[in-house]
Design a protein around this ligand. Structure first.
Ligand SMILES: Cc1ncc(COP(=O)(O)O)c(C=O)c1O
Length: 284
């Protein structure tokens, strides 16, 4: 396994950081690879893959992008990246009863042979046969499942976004980087099933989460809706650091499943209705 001697985190993934990367490259700094997600978890921001591709071609580095959250049913990033990485555990399976992952090395990549040889030299076929059978069965309706959950998620994100206790809903169509998601969105694709919610007040987040009548757990892309207090689960020992990247401690993440959209909207409406209305809104 290659050990990266040095890496730089561009944790905001915004234009300022991309300008910084470009300035560094212009001044002679060189990188081997850039890893990103489309969209990011849990900020749901999309990188400017078109601009990154231009930089990668000019300064000879590879782009490896994880499209698990967008899903390759919704987005097609192959025109811009050298490697597509996808967790098949999530929406590809949907069933939450099997794990798997895929790596696609873009045959059009200038780095194809180097990357493919490196991946092939380490790859072992150790996939348990029963898991392969389960994954193969589960994925047979992946297209309709991803489109349905994406459709519901968009409706739910827009609904939550209108509530006065909500400061911001992070969802690919509601964040500033929407245009970058749309650069790679398939014509009939949606915006994915994942969103995160930042409330004006921590107490509102707690009341909403505690009254949200859906299973609670850390996966995503499951056929059933899941919610988690993301920062507490993923960054418990580094909450201030996570907050500095727009992941405040009371952020609530929801992965929307295949339940009836109207029913889910009522579940969400009920939880929003449990938020005390006598809260004063404070600026963060
Ligand atoms: C975006 C993303 N990629 C990859 C993974 C890893 O997936 P797996 O559970 O298949 O190892 C996760 C897990 O949460 C994820 O959220």
């Amino acid at each position: 396994m290659t050990q990266w001697r040095k890496f730089t985190l561009y944790g905001h993934g915004n234009k300022i950081e991309l300008d910084q990367l470009e300035d560094d490259l212009i001044s002679g700094h060189r990188i081997s690879a850039l890893f990103c997600e489309i969209p990011s978890n849990p900020q749901l921001r999309s990188p400017d893959l078109r601009r990154l591709r231009t930089l990668a071609d000019k300064y000879d580095f590879a782009i490896a992008c994880d499209d698990t959250i967008g899903s390759f049913i919704n987005v097609n990033i192959l025109p811009y990246v050298d490697i597509v990485m996808t967790s098949l555990t999530k929406s590809f399976s949907g069933g939450s009863d099997v794990m798997g992952g895929s790596v696609v090395v873009n045959p059009r990549s200038a780095h194809f042979h180097t990357i493919f040889d490196a991946v092939s030299s380490e790859w072992e076929d150790n996939f348990f046969p029963a898991d392969a059978i389960t994954l193969s069965k589960n994925c047979s309706d992946v297209v309709s499942r991803v489109l349905k959950s994406s459709f519901s998620a968009e409706a739910i994100a827009n609904f939550i976004n209108r509530h006065p206790s909500v400061k911001r809903v992070n969802y690919p169509s509601l964040v500033e980087s929407r245009k970058f998601y749309e650069q790679v969105k398939r014509k009939d694709g949606g915006y994915g099933s994942l969103m995160s919610i930042i409330f004006h007040e921590p107490t509102a987040a707690i009341e909403f989460y505690d009254n949200l009548d859906v299973p609670k757990g850390p996966s995503l892309g499951t056929n059933f809706t899941l919610a988690i207090p993301y920062a507490f689960l993923a960054h418990f020992k580094e909450l201030d650091w996570a907050a500095s990247y727009d992941v405040p401690r009371h952020i609530v993440r929801i992965s929307v499943g295949l339940e009836d959209t109207e029913k889910l909207l009522r579940v969400v409406e009920k939880a929003l209705g449990c938020i005390s209305t006598n809260l004063t809104v404070s600026e963060e």
